[in-house]
Structures are given as structure tokens and as C-alpha cells.
Design a protein around this ligand. Sequence first.
Ligand code: ZN
Length: 178
Amino acid sequence: MAERIILTQGDPALEKKCRPVTKFDRRLHTLIDDMRETLLISNGVGLAAPQVGILRRVVVVMDVMDEGQEHILELVNPEIVAREGEQTDFEGCLSVPGQYGMVTRPNVVTVRAQDRDGNWFEATGEEIVARCFCHELEHLDGHLFTEHVQGRLYTAEEVQAIRDREAEENGGAPEGGA
Ligand code: ZN
């Protein structure tokens, strides 16, 4: 496995529509393994292939809601098949470092995707995982979360200050980039 360089906003690769994966071969497995490692190293919650310059429909998402255990979901050719409820919270992106904004997303999202060997499955995520599914899938169509931000963007320090105030009131937790 190898860490890959994460492209940042302004790079044309982040504005392209990605092609479906058709070959479930060793090259795909290497890409997914590298994306997993890059996600862990960068302390993110999700990563899409175009963020590392590969215009294919592949994302990895940290399934942080899975009873406190952190395991990584690998989604190839994913599509959203159901969404429910609503959540509004700060969102960030590894390709927009140091900037966060308030984005409304569905609270529960079900995706249908293929695994690294081409088998179809469904996965349902809540809260940050649901947010991450939406965020990462949009990357595959060349869109960034900044298109949905309500109001202005905040720095990490500003987000932390707001989180600290929230924590005093009801116990909030910071989110990573996706
Ligand atoms: Zn992102």
C-alpha cells in the first residue's frame, strides 16, 4: 500500500464526472488499498478516487458508527437508493483543507454499490456516515461540498470554538474531513 497525494480545490480532476469501474482487477485493488491508507494517514472520514486523481467511481468511507469500531467501507460504482430525515452540521473536505461550512444532508442514507470483486451489496449509514456517503458520491460527479454551504466558510479554530461552546451545553464532537 502507498499513500497518494490528495488534490485540492482548483484541480480540474475534482470537477470531472468519473467513469464506472468495469474491471475488478489487481489495479483496482491497489487503488482501493492506497485510498484506505491515504484516508487513515490524513485522518479523514471519507475519500473519493478523483481526490487522488483517478477518475473512476470508487470511494472509501469510515464506518465510525459501527459500535465504536472504525472500519472502512469500500464502495465501487455506488448510488444512493434511499434517504431519510435531515441533519445540518459542519462539513469539511480533505480537498478543501482548513475550511468548514454548514451543510444540510439526509440523516439516513442507503447506498447500493459493488465491492472490490464486483459483488453488489447495500449499506445504510446514519449521521456522519450518511453525510459522508452524500459528500463522497458527489465527488464522483465533480462536485464539492462548498456548493451547498449555508453562509460563510469557517476555519478549524472557529469550528473548534463553536464546538467547545456546544460541548458545554450538550456534548458535541468534532468531525474530520471527507
Ligand atoms: Zn471531500
